[in-house]
Design a protein around this ligand. Structure first.
Ligand SMILES: [Zn+2]
Length: 314
């Protein structure tokens, strides 16, 4: 690429895809930003691109996706996306580098070298983490027209642990720091990234994203009979229903509930009569008071509008 005042610079990554689009007139570069990170130079182009993405191959299908710790994602079709295993190796390495860094005097050359190593490690971890997220969001958006996800940061796994107060009224150790670390490393970044990617990719393929109401108990509900558990610990990996005897993977059970939620929302959007359809025809196993009913009183009478506007804004 030819950069003003610098001249011609060779790119490490192939630029042929963008070049091809520019030659056929499908893309136009609006800006270029040059940045440096731990000794590497990056250029990012702001482009206007004409996309010609095909609509989803299964336009009628509704899938639910549950994001978790053991699996990166569980899809209601029974497919799982594993967390990348390489991450642990890099986490240990990062902790070691961090310790080394703390022993080196500020301003020293060796400290700078360690900082650079640590930055590269961080980027590597981010790349490893993002790769499967990109793959699964691309797959979902190109295959299904409707994808249902949980609202962000509502999972019990990201909740802060309850404070422990002793008789003197002072706060004791409750594992908040450890919990915060877990939330940060596993959940805080990934679900947001996942949802952001899914949102723009679904938009490319003319699909829609449905975000379940934040009070929808996707993990605690039985996907077979609709029974809602009062409590389900964050570490339990499988869902066991006392009512109907269902035994299923926790993530898959939650994903199936999200898919069912999405189908109910679509039913509502089509017919416009919420109560009839939330209870109605296609869901014979639904309990008299399904979770979707519970939200009716929660101050969002016209939920279908909210949902579709979210989809459109995507
Ligand atoms: Zn059940």
């Amino acid at each position: 690429m030819k950069i003003p005042r610098i001249g011609v610079v060779r790119a490490k990554e192939p630029t042929s895809a963008l070049l091809g689009k520019i030659e056929t007139g499908a893309a136009r570069i609006l800006s270029a930003t040059i940045s440096q990170e731990s000794g590497r130079w990056f250029v990012s182009f702001g482009c206007e691109v004409e996309r010609s993405d095909r609509p989803a191959t299964h336009p009628e299908a509704v899938v639910g996706v549950d994001l978790g710790v053991h699996h990166l994602a569980a899809i209601s079709t029974g497919k799982y996306v594993d967390n990348p295993k390489a991450l642990n190796r890099y986490r240990r390495r990062m902790a070691r580098l961090q310790r080394q860094l703390s022993r080196k005097p500020k301003g020293s050359k060796r400290r700078m070298q360690t900082t650079a190593k640590l930055t590269r490690c961080h980027r590597r971890v981010a790349n490893i983490r993002n790769d499967p997220i990109h793959k699964v969001t691309s797959h979902l958006a190109s295959t299904y027209a409707t994808v249902v996800v949980e609202d962000l940061n509502v999972s019990g796994m990201t909740a802060a642990p309850a404070p422990k107060v002793d008789d003197k009224g002072t706060f004791g150790r409750n594992g908040a720091a450890v919990k915060a670390g877990l939330n940060r490393s596993v959940l805080d970044t990934s679900p947001a990234t996942f949802r952001r990617q899914l949102t723009y990719k679904l938009h490319w393929h003319h699909g829609r994203l449905i975000v379940a109401d934040r009070f929808f108990p996707s993990s605690k509900t039985c996907s077979s009979c609709g029974e809602v558990k009062a409590k389900l610990s964050a570490s339990t990996r499988s869902y066991r229903c006392e009512n109907c005897g269902l035994e299923a993977d926790r993530g898959l059970n939650a994903a199936m509930n999200l898919a069912a939620y999405g189908r109910r929302v679509l039913d509502v959007a089509v017919s416009g009569t919420e109560t009839q359809n939330a209870r109605g025809g296609g869901h014979p196993r639904q309990k008299p008071k399904p979770p979707v009913k519970r939200e009716d009183g929660s101050g969002r009478p016209d939920r279908s509008v909210t949902v579709s506007s979210q989809g459109e804004a995507a």
